[in-house]
Unconditional design. Structure first.
Length: 259
């Protein structure tokens, strides 16, 4: 009996690995030319790129959409949904070269915020989740609120972006734990300085002495993701307000991923 269970698990793993490998062999569809004006309008990171880098960004978006399944829950996906999810995925890993989300197979998009039971209707005060990295039966999946996805790119001054936040959690998870310590992104000698900076700024957040939003003060896990949102959404302001943390995040996101 145990042998049959292990065999079944092995076959499932083979199927998943085979599907991922097949997805990466598929040729991405051409980038829709009409998406360019939308990216220029909605995505600051894209707008600040050079012309050659914008072409690379477009190709990375289409590669992501080829490799990762996007699924809408209770509605039909629009082009904007696809475009913003792909942009959110590419922004944190843009400088990592030929890099893939090996710990992601599906992005599930709900029409609105949801609760721990994944219910997205009913009293809003009971539906506080805008996005999350799946675990258990949702392992290798990322869950997003469509409302939060759109809001992240429609407000140019709030320093936040839920989708980028969740993709940063996926990067944090590459070493096995979502703990706010980006060991696969940050060279070893910078881990201790990062921890000191992080805990110092968390104290400032919790003392109302920081402009990093309060959710970043709840745990190291959330601090890394919240600070990264700010880093990508308002880079100039973040550099001016938090120069030391800015330099650390540059080391994370502006250099190739460590093996």
């Amino acid at each position: 009996m145990l042998f049959m269970i292990l065999l079944a698990i092995f076959l499932i793993i083979l199927m998943v690995v085979g599907f991922v490998a097949l997805s990466r062999k598929r040729t991405p569809k051409p980038f829709p030319t009409h998406w360019k004006e939308h990216l220029e309008k909605e995505v600051l990171f894209y707008r600040n790129l050079t012309a050659p880098d914008k072409v690379i960004f477009q190709k990375r978006m289409m590669a992501f959409l080829t490799e990762i399944h996007l699924e809408a829950v209770g509605f039909e996906l629009s082009e904007r949904d696809k475009r913003l999810v792909a942009a959110s995925a590419v922004i944190p890993i843009f400088n990592f070269g030929d890099w893939h989300y090996n710990n992601l197979s599906t992005v599930l998009i709900y029409p609105d915020h949801f609760n721990s039971d994944l219910e997205y209707t009913g009293d809003l005060k009971d539906r506080r989740i805008a996005g999350m990295v799946g675990t258990g039966r949702f392992e290798s999946q990322l869950l997003l609120s469509r409302k939060a996805l759109h809001h992240g790119f429609s407000n140019a001054t709030d320093k936040g972006n839920t989708a980028i936040h969740e993709f940063v959690h996926l990067l944090d998870k590459m070493d096995g734990d979502i703990d706010g310590i980006p060991e696969r992104l940050l060279e070893h000698q910078y881990i201790t300085p990062w921890l000191k900076l992080m805990h110092k700024e968390m104290e400032a957040i919790n003392s109302d002495a920081s402009d990093i939003r309060k959710y970043g003060g709840t745990s190291p896990t959330e601090f890394f993701a919240v600070a990264s949102e700010y880093f990508f959404e308002r880079p100039d302001l973040f550099k001016r307000k938090h120069p030391e943390i800015y330099e650390m995040l540059l080391r994370c996101f502006e250099r190739p991923q460590r093996a």
